[in-house]
Design a protein around this ligand. Structure first.
Ligand code: PLP
Length: 421
């Protein structure tokens, strides 16, 4: 089959007319669908409704009354649950509130205000910069932008950030203080970091002594098509004396209830001690009843893994539908490319350069809201205007069917218009 990108002008004009007709038919349906944010569908949330009644007692294993003040860094049984799940020693874990993004913001704020391990506060570093593997998570980029840092995009590969670029930048410039990393099923690409990427991040020479890797393992147990292993970055960093470099984040937002789950952070013992010193001023402690009900509900890490397999079964038909439709509608056209994720929450698609904004606009006008074009790049500026994040989880399968077909039509229409010029 001839690719649309190889069509003559006459063929393109004819196709445009046909696509416009189909588009008007979609518009007439008055759709109102949302594929913009990575939110679980209500049917996913239903799978952990047992959490709502899991708490038949308010005492922890040691007999502590979880209703009252106390325990700054999490009840021991909650730490143990995450320690077993993620293979991180309990004494390196702090259990926070319900949002890992909140823990990241707090961690960044502490570094700005107080510095770390005797280095000067980052607020006093002129021209402070942060590496942003792109496409990436818009809310990560927003945190570092909010702190007044200059955001430096770094190209992503299927195995993580382009490490040749990262190593060169961090070796030369001591105002580059860190990097965002989503090491498994990354948002939005679905990239999974290879052992080599983990090793190079852990061992690379950085001009900044207080360089930090924000290791956001948000999708660490969210396998859909394949269980992908992840090399232990703490061990890799410790082997070269760089353990302080790692600030690890995780949450149950997409395991149980987003906004009512549990978030944790983990780091070296010296970082944990430093963090707790500030935390003890900031709070008396987080919601222990919530920690306790998660512990009582799951019981152990294996039960979380079993639950994730159920969630994967629920999500697979939606990802199949998106990927099959992309293949059928766009596969042979030359108008788009995408990577098949192995897990996580997203499919990232690249249109022809200069077509993402127009595609998203067309979809919106016909009733389907996508994540804003450019959102996956620092400052919301995609230099090629081509990346679009598809979030298949929230709509029902029937809604998704309509939404993804309309989306493909919009990719084609925007692409054909671009080729006509
Ligand atoms: N990190 C990543 C990579 C995400 O995609 C998201 C949500 O989409 C979050 C963090 C938010 O996590 P939380 O709900 O724990 O704040």
């Amino acid at each position: 089959m001839k690719k649309i990108t190889e069509f003559t002008r006459e063929e393109l004009l004819e196709l445009q007319e046909e696509l416009e007709k189909q588009y008007e038919e979609f518009k007439a349906q008055g759709l109102k669908l949302d594929m913009s944010r990575g939110k679980p569908a209500a049917s996913q949330l239903d799978l952990t409704n047992g959490l709502l009644t899991a708490l038949d007692d308010y005492h922890t294993e040691s007999g502590l009354d979880a209703r009252n003040y106390g325990v700054l860094d999490g009840i021991p049984e909650a730490k143990k649950l995450f320690s077993d799940l993620l293979d991180i020693p309990v004494d390196k874990i702090i259990v926070g509130g319900s949002s890992s993004l909140n823990l990241m913001y707090d961690a960044m704020t502490r570094l700005m205000l107080f510095g770390t391990q005797g280095e000067k506060p980052w607020k006093d570093v002129k021209g402070i910069k942060w590496l942003c593997p792109s496409p990436g998570y818009d809310r990560h980029f927003a945190v570092t932008e909010d702190m007044g840092m200059e955001l430096i995009p770094v190209p992503m590969t299927a195995e993580g950030p382009d490490m040749d670029v990262v190593e060169k930048l961090v070796a030369e410039d001591d105002t580059i203080k860190g990097i965002w990393c989503v090491p498994l099923h990354s948002n939005p690409l679905g990239a999974c970091y290879s052992d080599e990427t983990v090793d190079r991040l852990a061992s690379m020479k950085t001009a900044a002594k207080d360089f930090r890797i924000f290791w956001d393992n948000a999708y660490g147990v969210h396998h859909i098509y394949e269980e992908v292993p992840l090399k232990d970055i703490f061990k890799a960093a410790a082997a070269c004396g760089n353990e302080d470099r790692i600030l690890y984040f995780f949450s149950t937002s997409k395991i149980t209830f987003p906004g009512a789950g549990i978030a944790i952070m983990a780091s070296s013992l010296s970082n944990i001690a430093e963090i707790k010193k500030h935390m003890t001023i900031q709070t008396i402690g987080h919601d222990k009843l919530n920690q306790l009900r998660h512990v009582k509900y799951f019981g152990n890490a294996e039960n979380i893994r079993a639950h994730m397999r159920k969630l994967a079964d629920a999500l697979r038909p939606k990802f199949d539908m998106v990927l099959d439709t992309l293949d059928a509608e766009l596969g042979e056209t030359g108008l788009a490319s995408w990577v098949t994720p192995k897990g996580g929450y997203f499919v990232a698609l690249d249109t022809l350069p200069g077509c993402a904004k127009e595609t998203v606009r067309l979809a919106k006008e016909a009733g389907v809201t996508m994540t804003g074009a450019g959102a996956t790049w620092p400052y919301k500026k995609d230099p090629k205007d081509s990346n679009i994040r598809i979030a298949p989880t929230y709509p029902t399968i029937e809604e998704l069917d309509k939404a993804i077909h309309l989306f493909c039509l919009c990719v084609k229409l925007a692409g054909v218009k671009k080729l006509i010029g």
